[in-house]
Design a protein around this ligand. Sequence first.
Ligand code: SIN
Ligand code: CO
Length: 392
Amino acid sequence: MIEVTASARSPLGMSPQAFLRDFWQQRPLLIRRAFADFESPLTGDDLGGLACEEFALSRLVVHDPRSDHWTVRTGPFEEADFASLPRSHWTLLVQDVDKWDADVAALLEPFDFLPSWRIDDVMVSYAEDGGSVGAHVDQYDVFLLQGQGRRRWQISTDRAAPTAFRDDVELRLLREFRPTHEWLLEPGDMLYLPPGVPHHGVAEGECLTFSIGMRAPSVGEMVADFAGFVAERLGESVRYADPGIAPAKKTGEIDDKALEKIESTLRDSLAVDASLLRGWFGAFITRYRAAHEALPPARALSAAEFTRRFKAGESLQANPWSRFAWSKARSGATLYVAGESFHCTRRLAERLCRRDPLTVAELGTLETPTLDLLLALLNAGHLALGRIRSKR
Ligand code: SIN
Ligand code: CO
């Protein structure tokens, strides 16, 4: 089974448990009508406008089917850039659209069965007829939701499929691609692909596609960051030691006994307890690949002013660029926000990780520790009363 039809009760066409057990990170799945009666929260014009914003990450990919020549340009763009495009065979792609548009961010709700820190962004592409980014593989899981118009997707489930890239194109395009499956996706249909599955999607007429992409730090990045964290805690005074060694037999040789010592030294120093490991990972993952830094308000808010405005009905909204996560602590929770950690109740930590605005009614009567935390997050730019600001 590789194709299912969703229903209102099961947008994945099966329970999240069944999806995670049988498909997640393993096999592609086409879900017909995953978003029933889907209406795109965005038009191609909206996306074009966003691609002209200074800090939006955007690309234009133009393909000449006769010469098989590909051109890639990165934004920001100007209106004139769009006016000079050919009639067909081009695609505009914008990353992180969920951070700019709350309706696009709302598309992430059905993915709540995944840890939110595993979700990276919603990338949106607009293509004219024949538009595509070529056959390629991604290193992350992706849910490709058809937003408007139709796109023909071809994939290969052949595990031995060649992975060499073309060296004449700026994009990482596959040199060879032999599809094993092909579908025409309509609005609301969604194709799930685990990492490493060759795929190629070509627009049939004007087409908008939403790519819900996952985050997966490379293990190399994790090891490097963790080693840095451990090294900082160890400081300079804990040194390599080798009491009781035998006289060196051959000068310059790193012998087996020394190697055992080196191995045990590294193993022992990297063995941290669960609470340190949680603390490191929470900070690492909420900092990882952060595209923007929170901008604190021009003037720090006082506790009295904050309480007055919050109690008067203004709601608190998370800065969409600040990543939130939490873990259990001995008492309550540790909340991680953009690499920093704070102590609070589990209820509040969980609530702050949900992205919908937080009202005073929801929090009941504010207690001082809660108030202090909210004020600190507000004055650091991770929360906002009303409008959200961010800077690169
Ligand atoms: C696209 O939207 O055109 C490409 C998305 C992808 O293949 O990952
Ligand atoms: Co892709």
